[in-house]
Design a binder for this molecule. Structure first.
Ligand code: GLU
Length: 295
């Protein structure tokens, strides 16, 4: 486990609040509670989401609870992973400590509805930015770029890539971009949808399906947790781009700008890399942070 980050930034000036980053926790379960930046709620524009959240001192964030490396509920029920650390960085920039984040489990299909009806303030949940989703919500980021891949049982030899999916039972998750990709590009495969990826993995191990497809880094987490049974096809070869964004209410442009500013500051001051190295970085190489897309 990396040592807990112990850096504190106090920035002043007109963009100070946006740039005053909180502290990322040590990733995983071993770190102490991260501290938030000291943020004065009145430094945010009156009536803004930032002012309201900073004033309340708490935030509700949707994430996955069953995905190793990104969002996995620990024994105490609190999720751990890279997405969770990104959520802590964003909350910290509002002066909200990690202990005051309410984590809500989101599965792939309920992310947009949870944002639209205000059940969560943000979603950080291996959430691909795309135009269809942007019709109903907005995204900050990306803060990572994954790609769709395939996972099979270790003794499987006949699935060697997306060209060998015809006639196969392909597990994925309802409401996900990988499921949609199979529908659009492999109509000769039999898509079997589940609600979560952990349920896809159970079906694979039970022999109900031949292959699981989703983002390479999600699959890598499952392989890491059960290498005797699971393997990536072609070393995790990817065939799509899945830029991970932070979902927020559509039209909240000031909040989106704040979140993008906060991500960029975390790229620059090393907290993003610390978050990665303490979580997914245990298994995956540290990437360069992607450029945020201020559409
Ligand atoms: N990144 C893809 C998506 O947002 C797949 C992972 C997921 O379902 O969370 O649909």
């Amino acid at each position: 486990m990396a040592s807990p980050l112990n850096r504190r930034l106090f920035l002043t000036g007109s963009v100070g609040a946006a740039a005053a980053l909180g502290l990322a926790a040590c990733g995983g379960t071993g770190g102490g509670e991260p501290e938030a930046a000291e943020v004065d709620a009145s430094s945010f524009a009156e009536g803004s989401t930032m002012a309201a959240l900073a004033e309340a001192g708490k935030i509700t964030i949707g994430t996955k609870f069953d995905q190793p490396l990104f969002g996995l509920a620990g024994p105490d029920g609190e999720p751990v992973g890279f997405d969770v650390e990104i959520g802590k960085i964003l909350a910290g920039a509002l002066g909200i400590e990690a202990g005051n984040i309410e984590w809500v489990e989101t599965v792939s299909a309920n992310r947009e509805p949870f944002i639209e009806n205000g059940q969560v303030d943000l979603v950080v949940a291996t959430y691909t930015i795309n135009d269809t989703r942007k019709e109903v919500i907005d995204f900050a980021g990306p803060y990572y770029v994954a790609g769709q891949a395939l996972m099979v049982l270790v003794d499987n030899e006949d699935i060697t890539g997306e060209d060998s999916l015809a006639g196969k039972k392909v597990a994925s998750v309802e409401g996900s971009t990988p499921a949609q990709y199979i529908l659009d590009n492999h109509p000769d495969a039999e898509l079997v949808n589940f609600d979560t990826y952990s349920n896809c993995v159970t079906a694979l191990i039970n022999g109900q399906v031949d292959v699981v497809t989703t983002d390479n880094v999600i699959l890598a987490g499952f392989v890491e947790s059960d290498p005797d049974n699971l393997k990536l096809v072609n070393d995790g070869e990817t065939f799509t781009e899945e830029p991970y964004g932070v979902g927020l209410a559509k039209g909240d442009d000031d909040f989106r700008t704040f979140l993008n500013d906060t991500l960029e500051a975390a790229y620059e001051d090393g907290t993003w890399a610390e978050a990665w190295e303490g979580t997914a970085g245990a298994v995956l190489p540290t990437p360069d942070p992607p450029a945020v897309d201020r559409y």
